[in-house]
Design a protein around this ligand. Structure first.
Ligand code: GLP
Length: 263
């Protein structure tokens, strides 16, 4: 696992956007580049950078297909807290050449949620899998909506959200955890780790425990993000603030080995 530590949030986002842009530019095949995407506050800076690169003509999304990680159950796409709304508001609507038919987001209003999840897995497979999955994690280490103790080989499915996650996410729902949906559709840990590459953003003091568990803890279903230790091409992009719980050894190791990446 690579861990690229940047001084602050902005530099973490710049680095991640540069990394993704290079992958898109270097994709010379006719088949589309398949990109997995997260919601949350962590990726917002990356989306801003990618939009700039797209508007300036540095990168094109014409041959990019996207799959989002998750969606709340019961929120219509027009609801301002649905992840469909978030993605269009923060990213897709600002790209000059993203084709709407290439955007894939789980439908949280599906009549048959299990069938919707099976359809999603099949669609990912129809493209030959995901080339690069960008992710974020929750303070409890959840990757997508794979809460603690979700199987590390899980596939796309319906997830119950923990009270902790509903409390954390209530900041977007008038600070009322009861207003946060109790279920979500989410790609599985196995879906993410099947991707050719995984790039996870971890920033801020409140993610320090989760970062340490991801990088230095045991591989455990308690911290579902720790499954990334078994991935052949996983990168964590983080800021200094998130490094507070790493051991000094690990912190120094990654600063040294990745010094060429420091912005
Ligand atoms: C939600 C999403 C996750 C995301 C997490 C962290 O729970 N389902 O995919 O990673 O929030 O969000 P933030 O980046 O705002 O801390």
């Amino acid at each position: 696992m690579r861990v690229v530590i940047q001084e602050d949030y902005q530099k973490m986002c710049q680095w991640a956007a540069n990394y993704i842009a290079e992958k898109i530019k270097n994709h010379k095949e006719e088949r589309p580049f398949v990109l997995g995407l997260p919601t949350g506050s962590s990726p917002i800076g990356v989306y801003k950078e990618l939009i700039k690169k797209n508007k300036s003509g540095e990168i094109s999304f014409a041959n990019v297909v996207t799959f989002n990680m998750d969606e709340y159950v019961g929120l219509h796409k027009t609801h301002d807290q649905s992840y469909w709304y978030f993605m269009h508001d923060n990213f897709f609507d600002h790209l000059v050449d993203m084709k709407p038919e290439n955007i894939n987001i789980l439908n949280g209003m599906a009549e048959d949620p299990e069938a919707e999840c099976a359809r999603y897995e099949a669609k990912i497979a129809s493209y030959g899998g995901i080339d690069l999955f960008m992710g974020g994690i929750g303070v409890d280490g959840h990757l997508a909506f794979n809460e603690p103790f979700t199987s590390l080989s899980s596939r796309t499915g319906v997830r119950d959200l923990t009270t902790d996650t509903r409390i954390v996410n209530s900041r977007f729902f008038g600070n009322d955890p009861e207003k946060v949906p109790s279920k979500a559709l989410s790609v599985g840990i196995g879906t993410v780790t099947d991707s050719k590459e995984v790039l996870v953003l971890i920033n801020g003091h409140n993610k320090a425990r989760a970062l340490a568990a991801t990088v230095e803890g045991n591989v455990s279903q308690k911290w579902t993000c720790s499954a990334l230790q078994l991935h052949n091409a996983a990168i964590i992009a983080c800021d200094e603030a998130a490094c507070g719980e790493l051991t000094v050894d690990a912190y120094k190791y990654f600063l040294d080995i990745e010094k060429a990446e420091r912005l």
